[in-house]
Design a protein around this ligand. Sequence first.
Ligand SMILES: [Ca+2]
Ligand SMILES: [Ca+2]
Ligand SMILES: [Ca+2]
Ligand SMILES: [Ca+2]
Length: 234
Amino acid sequence: MISFSPLKFNFVITTLFLIQIYSPATGQICDFNFDLSCDCTDIDLLNNEIATGGMNLSFDVDGDNDVDFDDKLSWLIAAGTSLEDVNLDGMVSPIDLLILVNNFNTINASHCSGDVNADGMINDLDAAILLEVFTGGVVSWLGSSDANWHNSSNWDVGLIPFADADVHISNTLNNPVVIQNSNTGLAESLLISGTSALTIQNGGALFIQGTQDPLLVMGELVIMEGGTLDVSIN
Ligand SMILES: [Ca+2]
Ligand SMILES: [Ca+2]
Ligand SMILES: [Ca+2]
Ligand SMILES: [Ca+2]
């Protein structure tokens, strides 16, 4: 007797889903590489496109037929975070500032390394954006290493003051601040409190350009022969 068993078919259905992540808020795309995550890889692609003036409309997040900084802002909204969140962990914290400090003064178009304004460099323009959040733009003297204004480790944020910085000097008992020969200091404003002193040496210069009361000296400001202090109001 011959018996037949019914044929059995196993169907293996493989369906490839190609999904892009859409933000419910904006309806725009933030996952450029289709890995179901809107992360540093994606924003760095966009950041580089903006920094290099590229016009690949794959990065036109806001759908206005060009690629510019507005697309980055739209991307950040889609990813649920803000411009100052360098490492995209959803929080703006001192870690974001530290990343920028560690990459300061480099040619780098990576948002996640600190190129917040997407111009291809990590410099004082990016630092000004972050410092506005953390310190209101204030850079304070610590004098923890030596007396040199131009030593970044003497400042609380790890950066030498730049043109947009409001500089506070309030702790110079053991470390008088010195702007040394051939060096130029920059600030938007300078506050020297009661027990502090700033010395501008021969050949050194300090340029302060601010909007209102850019210089307030309650302590001491010593300008040695050949030193320059230039204060102007915008
Ligand atoms: Ca992605
Ligand atoms: Ca656009
Ligand atoms: Ca962060
Ligand atoms: Ca930059």
